[in-house]
Design a protein around this ligand. Structure first.
Ligand code: AMP
Ligand code: ZN
Length: 140
């Protein structure tokens, strides 16, 4: 269940101290040690899994039960007007700790936390081609 060399498994077991804001049998929420805004919180399943696509459905369900309320509560407590929920999966996506975690990041207008969303537009037909490729790979 726990992986000996995983930082967040050590947080779960108490080997590494953390500032906890919520805990139950399956889920732990604690303050990020390197916040990008006050109240930046991490929500993790207690059972080790590395990313969103290898979490057990039951563990994800337990996260789903508490994440919305945790996010709303963190926002309110920080007097923020908004929040991001972020889940980095894989090094290229910015994942540093390979134990699934959801960032709750309280936000305010003009806070400059993320000020660049590199959106672009698909050229003609590209969107349908891409959708086809994804659907061919789907196995739900
Ligand atoms: P990510 O880049 O999505 O893997 O995010 C990992 C996050 O974990 C970073 O925001 C770190 O600041 C945070 N972090 C790493 N170690 C600890 C720790 N011991 N306690 C709390 N947060 C941590
Ligand atoms: Zn772990």
């Amino acid at each position: 269940m726990n992986q000996p060399d995983c930082i967040f498994c050590k947080v779960v077991s108490g080997q590494i101290p953390s500032v906890k804001i919520f805990e139950n049998e399956h889920v732990l929420a604690f303050l990020d040690i390197g916040p990008v805004s006050d109240g930046h919180t991490l929500v993790i399943p207690k059972a080790h899994c590395s990313r969103l696509d290898d979490v057990e459905p039951q563990a994800m369900l337990e996260i789903a039960k508490v994440l919305p309320k945790l996010a709303a509560t963190v926002q309110k407590a920080m007097n923020a007007s908004a929040y991001n929920v972020l889940c980095n999966n894989g090094a290229a996506a910015g994942q540093v700790v390979e134990h699934l975690h959801f960032h709750i990041i309280p936000r305010n207008a003009d806070d400059d936390v993320f000020n660049h969303w590199p959106a672009y537009q698909y050229p003609e037909n590209k969107a349908t081609e891409i959708a086809e490729k994804i659907k061919q790979n789907l196995n739900l």
